[in-house]
Design a protein around this ligand. Sequence first.
Ligand code: AMP
Length: 214
Amino acid sequence: MNLLIMGGPGAGKGTMSEKILDKFNILHISTGDIFRAEIAQQTKLGLLAKSYIDKGLLVPDDVTNSMVKSFLEKSDHSKGYLLDGYPRTIDQARAFNELVAGSDLEIDKVLFMDIPFDVLAQRITGRRICKKCGAIYHITNKPSQKEGVCDVCGGDLYQRKDDTLESLRVRVDEYSKLTQPVLDYYADKGLVTTINANQSIEDVWSDVQKALED
Ligand code: AMP
């Protein structure tokens, strides 16, 4: 099963991705994660990516496309994959389509996590992340047992610098501008299932599973 999950910042894409990967054991292709790993290892690609990411810019399409290509080539995708954070632009979508056309790597389904802006705003501004293990909490929806302390590893919880309302608006506008054409591209191919992301995690997960069974 080859999947693409899409959704703006805070739509719950990360949570659903984890559950999908857990259940179906498919290859996770997260361009954000791959860039972070390359940056941590200080590779040439990592340094190049960092110069864009630090400025809040997207890494150029050709760099991102060839990174995804080589990641696919060296990874086990026999059970399928979950694309997460890629394609983010229409040119990336076209390049990926060209890469996989006619093979068993074509995308079977696109899940679009749909959520109204005001709900997103509440989610994003309350988000807290563990400095040590990266576990994600929310001050009202998913609080840690002890305020400011991670339940999993005891690390300190922090708020991402860009998890503010102003920055959210910029990110959402930017996301929609670039990503709407990507969504339209896959909708034209009849691949998109829209998931109501404004529900409890359990209900969203139940809808996602139904969509994947179809
Ligand atoms: P993410 O964790 O998906 O939000 O990605 C973190 C950062 O990596 C983004 O803000 C971009 O700068 C870069 N990035 C991730 N995926 C892509 C992509 N598909 N195209 C271009 N840049 C990307």
